[in-house]
Design a protein around this ligand. Structure first.
Ligand SMILES: NC(=O)c1ccc[n+]([C@@H]2O[C@H](COP(=O)([O-])OP(=O)(O)OC[C@H]3O[C@@H](n4cnc5c(N)ncnc54)[C@H](OP(=O)(O)O)[C@@H]3O)[C@@H](O)[C@H]2O)c1
Length: 187
């Protein structure tokens, strides 16, 4: 059965990006590039991925604009669902589909694309919260960086208690602490 896995890096105090959507706190961590290599193993088990409009625009504005073809190199034809109200460009060679509105109106399409594999929830945090709101968040895998920010984009702005989270793995990857939690459905 398809599992929905939120896999991301975060500051130690729970931010995905700073207030200007910068990830400089992440890329300045020694060994950050090597830690990203671990994503290749994760991606092998992923059949589709989902991201919000801000995250998608960040990838296009940074990776793809600086290095055309980087999307195709990273994801090939792995289906990506971008959640947005807007008309946005698509990267060369990418298989990107735009969806909008309540998660439960399009989540079956994501699941169908993923087949027997997992769905990677890239973020942002509120979008992942929308999946949890409809009981479609199965795992949180977070790589905590040795950095803190006074404010920024939140990791997951929902109240989820220890009754719903089970710590399954703790790993050190260089300067990152990778924690995995199984998430049970809200009652
Ligand atoms: N540290 C990491 O590894 C990591 C991982 C992921 C993201 N990030 C960063 O974290 C930040 C996240 O940004 P964010 O908090 O703004 O989240 P986001 O999920 O990337 O984007 C939010 C936007 O997505 C659209 N959206 C969300 N839900 C929707 C729905 N149900 N229907 C239609 N549109 C919907 C809306 O944009 P419109 O209405 O304008 O279309 C909304 O403003 C970005 O800077 C990103 O680069 C970092």
């Amino acid at each position: 059965m398809t599992r929905f896995v939120y896999n991301t890096a975060s500051t130690l105090n729970g931010f995905l990006a700073d207030d200007e959507d910068s990830l400089s706190w992440l890329f300045s961590v020694p060994g950050a590039a090597e830690a990203e290599d671990g994503m290749a193993h994760f991606l092998a088990g992923v059949g589709a991925f989902v991201m919000g409009a801000t995250t998608y625009r960040w990838v296009l504005d940074n990776d793809e604009r600086e290095n055309e073809g980087s999307w195709a190199a990273a994801y090939g034809e792995l289906p990506c669902f971008v959640v947005t109200h807007r008309a946005l460009p698509t990267p060369a060679g990418g298989k990107v589909r735009f969806v909008s509105g309540a998660v439960d109106t399009w989540v079956a399409d994501v699941e169908r694309e993923a087949g027997e594999k997992d769905v990677w929830l890239v973020g942002g945090g509120d979008l992942v919260g929308q999946f949890d709101d409809v009981g479609r968040l199965d795992e949180i895998r977070v790589s905590l960086a040795p950095a803190l920010l006074a404010s920024g984009r939140p990791l997951l702005p929902r109240t989820i208690g220890s009754d719903r989270l089970r710590l399954t793995t703790v790993k050190q990857e260089g300067q990152f602490a990778e924690l995995s939690y199984r998430v049970s459905r809200p009652v």
